[in-house]
Design a protein. Structure first.
Length: 630
């Protein structure tokens, strides 16, 4: 089927289209109905179907005689370890850990928070939850205790699974003290923690509450657990993502639609095959990790690479090439920032010459805008198609892509190409009318969203409707702005809200502002994302001090940088806060963040007509503007 036919059918007849795709999944009860529209705008895919996602990711490959195939390759330059698991081995681990969780009282529908570094046990824990019909919520290891506590309070887990430490190139990061601090901060009281001890920093366990991973796995009392069939519409996981406020949004993923959509995307978007080695160089704490380190490749029966390292510094800018060569990687998926880091250290890609990367067929990039420089560099050095594709935590899989399996299309640098079948992408102006080609507007998706995209937010239907469905009735608001060209190619220009993207990590300026505002010397504050050559964007903070405050502004700024690191996490990368006499505001009191961003990036910002006091811009300019090149 051509792209045009597939796309047209997916929009005109979504039920027929996804019913066919659903046949690739093994159901314990095949769905009789495909799409339930009765509670619109809450749509449910495969409402009467039943399945187990872990069965589809592991058991069925073993039952099909593929148990000796490689499932998971753990490559950890920070510990000097490589471990390989076949499907049969991974299944045995997962079934056993599911037994551990079951014995700790975890049952269908219970939540389990997973706060772990990039170790195989993180994947095992996720799949073990899926096996039991429990709901996992993975929290990225770079988040600080307070962020973890907020997520624990929202998800109310029965058990937390964590590790004694994570390993960053420059330091060992003890996770357990952060977990203990989060549990102190959280109002929710959970029953048990399972802790993976790593030799780089052994953690103290709290008697009666904490269970040692290794001891539990080898205990004679623990037997493996089988797969619990769940409804297709039951939640598989909750993944918190940054919204415009400090409170993260709990994106819910269902079981049935997710399995169908991911499996479809592996073939049609990524052009992946069951014997492939697929490497998503991300982290299990992000959606890319959920969809394309864990579930997508395993649903397909491919081998997935779990990489505990960085593109540079572990040990050098040849790390990615080494992994491709050593494991025969066919598809690499990462964020453009990783390639910018490699290019900065090894602009001529001399280290590439040391490795045979001929197994690589395609490089996929997402998570932030792919700048043309990085696109051209990667294409030229690797000599394979470099595919920009656009999606977000909420959608769970690509919204716009060059569909390598379905019908490869000519690449236009700067564009993630065309809408993926299932996604009725519309670019709307402020009045909800469709923009003409080339005209920029809000990128929206006409409802219903396809399988795999979020059905709602965790226990907050109201926020789901308020955040995504209210701006343009009948449409989901992506939060990104952009346009389509005459050929229907989509161009994504950036967020239209207060979400920023730092090294491919999605962060809320609102959560950083909440930390700045809590400082006793601060009267007002704003955090904006400004362009950065390596990370795409980095946050910068601006504060107005309370009148009469005598503290040294430099000391206050250093305290604020520290506070954001401690309360949001190192990953926020807020390195600079400036004291300013005032913030530019509209007459109704709204801070003019867009104007500030333009000034910080050195643009000639027009004075907005809504500004309350234009002289504020003059006093701000010397502080906010980048130094001019001599
Ligand atoms: N646990 C604890 N701390 C973590 C962490 C984790 N899982 N991940 C990152 N951090 C810390 C880092 O150590 C760093 O701390 P520092 O300020 O003390 O140096 C801080 O958070 C920022 O980390 P990072 O954003 O990774 O920046 P970096 O300067 O260390 O590295 C890159 C820059 C570009 C090499 C790195 O961001 C990268 O590899 N990006 C790839 C993109 C990616 O994986 N995106 C995910 C979505 S696809
Ligand atoms: P996340 O939810 O963390 O995956 O972040 C999603 C956001 O990242 C999107 O809303 C975009 O702002 C940005 N993004 C992801 N992929 C791309 C891309 N290919 N081009 C431009 N922006 C992107």
């Amino acid at each position: 089927m051509s792209y045009a036919d597939a796309f047209a059918r997916s929009i005109a007849d979504p039920q027929g289209f996804w019913n066919e795709a659903a046949r690739a999944v093994t159901w314990s009860r095949a769905p009789g109905r495909v799409l339930d529209r009765d509670d619109a705008p809450f749509y449910r895919w495969f409402p009467d179907g039943e399945l187990n996602t872990c069965f589809n990711a592991l058991d069925r490959h073993v039952e099909a005689g593929r148990g000796e195939r490689l499932a998971l390759i753990y490559d950890s330059p920070v510990t000097g370890t490589v471990r390989r698991f076949t499907y049969a081995e991974l299944l045995a681990e997962v079934a056993r850990f599911a037994g551990v969780l079951r014995d700790l009282g975890v049952a269908e529908g219970d939540r389990v928070v997973i706060y772990m570094p990039m170790v195989p046990e993180a994947v095992v824990a996720m799949l073990a939850c899926a096996r039991l019909g429990a709901v996992h919520s993975v929290v990225f290891g770079g988040f600080a205790p307070k962020e973890l506590a907020v997520r624990i309070d929202d998800a109310r887990p029965k058990v937390v699974v964590s590790a004694s430490c994570g390993i960053e190139p420059s330091r060992v990061v003890p996770y357990k003290p952060m977990l203990d601090a989060a549990l102190d901060l959280a109002a929710h009281r959970l029953e048990r923690c399972v802790i993976l001890q790593r030799e780089q920093a052994v953690a103290e366990l709290v008697p009666g509450r904490d269970v040692d991973w290794a001891a539990a796995m080898t205990s004679a009392a623990t037997g493996p657990a089988g797969c619990v069939p769940v409804k297709a519409t039951d939640p598989l996981y909750i993944l918190y993502t940054s919204g415009t406020t400090g409170l993260p949004k709990g994106v819910v993923r269902d079981n049935g639609g997710h399995a169908v959509a991911l499996l479809w995307s592996m073939h049609n978007v990524y052009g992946a095959l069951p014997d492939d080695v697929f490497w998503a160089a991300s982290d299990v704490g992000w959606v890319v990790g959920h969809s394309y380190i864990v579930y997508g490749p395993l649903l397909l029966g491919a081998a997935t690479v779990l990489y505990e390292g960085k593109p540079v510094g572990t040990p050098d800018a040849g790390a990615f090439w080494r992994v491709i060569a050593e494991h025969g990687v066919n598809t690499l998926f990462t964020a453009p920032t990783a390639f910018r880091a490699i290019k900065r250290e090894d602009p001529a890609a001399t280290l590439l010459g040391k490795y045979d990367v001929s197994s690589l067929r395609t490089l996929f990039l997402a998570g932030e805008r792919l700048d043309p420089d990085t696109y051209h560099w990667a294409s030229e050095k690797l000599g394979v198609p470099v595919i920009d594709h656009w999606w977000q935590t909420e959608t769970g899989w690509p919204v716009a892509a060059n569909l390598r399996g379905l019908e490869p299309m000519p690449i236009k640098p700067g564009s993630p190409t065309v809408p993926v079948p299932g996604y009725d992408v519309r670019v709307l102006d402020g009045d909800g009318r469709e923009c003409a080609p080339g005209q920029e507007g809000a990128i929206c998706l006409r409802l219903p969203l396809p399988p795999g995209a979020l059905p709602t937010l965790w226990q907050d239907d109201g926020r789901y409707v308020g955040s995504y469905l209210s701006a343009f009735p009948g449409h989901y608001l992506t939060g990104d702005g952009g346009y389509r060209d005459e050929d229907g190619y989509l161009f994504v220009m950036g967020r239209t809200d207060d979400v920023i993207n730092v090294a491919g990590h999605r962060l809320s300026t609102g959560s950083m502002e909440a930390v700045l505002a809590a400082h006793p010397a601060v009267a007002e504050c704003a955090v904006i994302g400004v362009a950065d050559a390596l990370k795409g964007q980095v946050p910068r903070g601006f504060v107005v001090l309370k009148s009469g405050v005598e503290a040294d502004p430099d000391v206050v700024c250093a305290e604020l940088v520290r506070a954001v690191r401690d309360e949001v996490g190192a990953v926020a990368s807020l390195k600079r806060v400036d004291v300013v006499p005032a913030l530019p505001k509209t007459r109704s009191g709204k801070i003019l963040r867009k104007t500030m961003r333009g000034m910080a990036e050195g643009a000639d910002e027009p004075v907005p007509s809504t500004i309350e006091d234009a002289t504020v811009l003059d006093v701000l300019r010397p502080v906010i503007a980048p130094p001019r090149e001599p």
